[in-house]
Design a protein around this ligand. Sequence first.
Ligand code: ATP
Length: 319
Amino acid sequence: LKSIAVMTSGGDSPGMNACARAVVRTALYEGVEVWGINNGYHGLLDEDMFKMERKDVGDIIQRGGTFLGTARCKRWEKPEGRMQGYKNLVDRGIQGLVVIGGDGSLRGASLLSKETGIPIVGLPGTIDNDVWGSDYTIGCDTAANTIIDAINKLRDTASAHRRCIVLEVMGHRCGWLAMTAGIAGGAEYILVPEEEYDLDAICADMAKAYKAGKRYILVVVAEGAGSGQEIGKYIAEHTNIDTRVSVLGHIQRGGSPTVIDRVKASQLGEQAALAIISGLSDIVFGFNKGHVVSINLHDAVNNKKTLDPEYAHLARVLF
Ligand code: ATP
């Protein structure tokens, strides 16, 4: 192809900038025209896009968020919306699209490709690490590090007061963030949507541990596994343990990306640009055991990722 476009869509994640930068610079290196689309599918429908130069992606690799802006766009969920988006691309001579976003954004991309045949390459950009076929999504490492930073601080105050702290973290319907940050932060209990849990058994367990002299307990709850507030209230009512709840919220989305997120996002961006330039379509690039892999776009959006059972086992052993 001779002209491509790149956008970020859905929830932002640290490393999206590094990724878009790699797409742009790889395309320019290959002598291909590249457009940036502002604010995801919104910008595509509102014709908010511009031809990019090398310097347009300067000074952004270290920044969280996305310099292109991102959005959720209802109009894109209708076939007429997607057809308008396709027309806006064709009008500018844009022959292929790279979409950096979460599973919803990739679903929108999959439909555009099916309906119009325009070449599309997707890249998993979300802190949730919930894209099927890849064991990594752009931003998940920074978010996990943000969570363990919070856990370290919460441990100090929990220990000082002999409290139980319930920390609710993001992850949508996926427990990866809670599980990895929980393991890294040494949480006593990690509640994830992929695993059933028995709150009464946990309360009984906690009460026993307190009686035996335990100073504090940390419970990490994935947002998809329940409400931190409700779980905290339940623990407070069913044990004599002074319990506090912390909902980490959007702090998890921000921050300067870690080395891992910058490098992996750059690798994925490069591969996506090379693939789309050579005319490949309907693929998502991700990682599998440290290596870049390509995944069928439609498979990626039609399958649900499962949590590595080794994590849950490890969490139980280390508790
Ligand atoms: P994150 O998981 O990090 O929040 P995401 O990409 O999954 O990111 P969504 O809000 O699910 O975020 O999706 C972003 C946009 O993608 C939506 O606003 C919509 O424009 C488009 N999209 C999502 N699902 C669909 C769908 N089923 N059909 C068409 N477009 C969709």
